[in-house]
Design a binder for this molecule. Structure first.
Ligand code: NAD
Length: 438
């Protein structure tokens, strides 16, 4: 099959490379010439484990190419995927669909051969109807169908998730759409990946409901962690105790500094907006958004309180080593990372923040102008009055604690990801504060 993938970001590039690996003929199109130039030179614009190798193999095999020219890339394509960004619109939190509609207009203006247009971007319910209208009104005479195929991959494990998905959701309104999508995903049926055909509106809403549910689970365990601290219980035991119940499930029950990233924050807000537009309030999601927003600064205050309690009573002028900046490990994505609010809270309290992240520092710099970036975890820790572990990168799981104690000004670790064991850390002479454990 011939596939055009419009938008070569985290989702477009991973999906395009995986489709090529299945044997399809894929062109990834992006309007950013620098991104396409770098891809043509074999340089990945993002950090995602295994991606560079997958891209190189498929480029070499002649199945994957890159272009800025949408008109020629969609010529003869069986499926045209839209995988452009849908960030929060400034002001009201609605999904900004301008990039999606821009692609729809361009596709409509240049489509000459029958094709299925597939929205892979996360888009509010009803967007498929609008994409269909725009394409029809843009002058094409070719047969086309508009299908919704939301993406559920996780950054950091994107290739495995794409190749071994829990499910594939396809929202199609006609047989042409269903039949082309069947062909596109046929290699995955052989792996027995469950495929769910729904209406287009159901598929669009499934994506938001899934993300809102996961955000709720995280927020729930975070509030339980706060309660554990107050009553002297252990949130990890609690998570295990409830997670072993199959109806609840063990995943997404890790207490921490609050969810961030390129999806949950914007998707929960967009769902609230849709619910408001349809006069069908989703109060649970409203609470989740509020609780999560306030949690990020609360985690900054947790570090400040620890400094005040274990130093000379003030956080002002103290140096904090921040380990981890990205919203989770194995990505360089800094979008809505809790680290941004945590660092700002620390800076507002008069501390000096020195950070290290294995992949995120380049994208973090412009977002965190008051934060000094270090060349290694130990460089950040040197002379620190407290260490805040913010992202659970493997590199921070086995710190040389003896060295840390020698080079830090004070052996104070605020572990916002519960990476270390409280008893072991105390035995090693650390003031150790974690989340939901006493
Ligand atoms: P991204 O910002 O990394 O990539 C989007 C790309 O689209 C950019 O390279 C941009 O230059 C390009 N683009 C924008 N307008 C264009 C146009 N008119 N023509 C060609 N290219 C254009 O975004 P992303 O993280 O890949 O997310 C894409 C969509 O997938 C979003 O709707 C997101 O919510 C959804 N999604 C993301 C993830 C994730 O983990 N990142 C997971 C599932 C779903």
């Amino acid at each position: 099959m011939k596939i055009a993938m419009v938008g070569a970001g985290y989702v477009g590039l991973v999906s395009g490379a995986c489709f090529a690996d299945f044997g399809h003929d894929v062109v990834c199109i992006d309007k950013d010439p620098a991104k396409i130039e770098s891809l043509l030179a074999g340089i990945m614009p993002i950090y995602e484990p295994g991606l560079a190798e997958l891209v190189a193999t498929n480029v070499k095999a002649g199945r994957l190419s890159f272009s800025t020219d949408l008109a020629s890339a969609i010529d003869g394509a069986d499926a045209i995927f839209i995988a452009v960004g849908t960030p929060s619109r400034r002001g009201d939190g609605h999904a900004d669909l301008s990039f999606v509609y821009e692609v729809a207009r361009e596709v409509g203006a240049h489509l000459k051969t029958p094709a299925v247009i597939v929205t892979k971007s996360t888009v509010p319910v009803g967007t498929g109807d609008e994409v269909e209208r725009i394409i029809a009104e843009s002058g094409t005479k070719a047969q086309f169908a508009v299908v919704s195929n939301p993406e559920f991959l996780r950054e950091g494990a994107a290739i495995t998730d794409f190749k071994r998905p829990d499910r594939i959701v396809i929202g199609a309104e006609d047989e042409f759409g269903r039949q082309v999508m069947n062909e596109v995903y046929r290699p995955l049926f052989l792996n027995k990946a469950p495929i769910l055909f729904t209406s287009r509106r159901s598929a669009e809403l499934i994506k938001y409901a899934a993300n809102a549910f996961l955000a709720t689970k995280i927020t729930f365990i975070n509030e339980m962690a706060d309660l554990c601290e107050k009553v002297g219980a252990d949130v990890q035991d609690l998570a295990r105790g409830i997670g072993l119940d199959n109806r609840i499930g063990a995943k997404f029950l890790h207490a921490g500094p609050g969810y961030g990233g390129s999806c949950f924050p914007k998707d929960t807000l967009a769902l609230l907006k849709t619910a408001e537009d349809y006069d069908s309030p989703t109060r649970i999601v409203e609470a989740v958004v509020k609780v999560n927003d306030s949690r990020k600064r609360a985690m900054g205050r947790k570090v400040i309180e620890t400094l005040e309690k274990h130093g000379d009573g003030s956080a002002r002028g103290k140096r904090v080593a921040m380990l981890g900046l990205t919203f989770k490990p194995n990505t360089d994505d800094m979008r809505d990372s809790p680290a941004i609010a945590i660092a700002q809270t620390l800076i507002d309290a008069g501390t000096q923040v020195v950070a290290y992240d294995p992949e995120g520092m380049e994208l973090a710099r412009p977002l965190m102008p008051g934060v000094e970036m270090a060349g290694s975890p130990y460089e950040a820790i040197e002379g620190a009055d407290a260490i805040a572990l913010v992202t659970e990168w493997d590199a921070f799981r086995a710190l040389d604690l003896k060295r840390v104690k020698q080079i830090a000004r004070a052996p104070v670790l605020v572990d916002l990801r519960n990476v270390y064991e409280p008893a072991e850390m105390r035995a090693a002479g650390f003031v150790y504060v974690s989340v939901g454990r006493v």
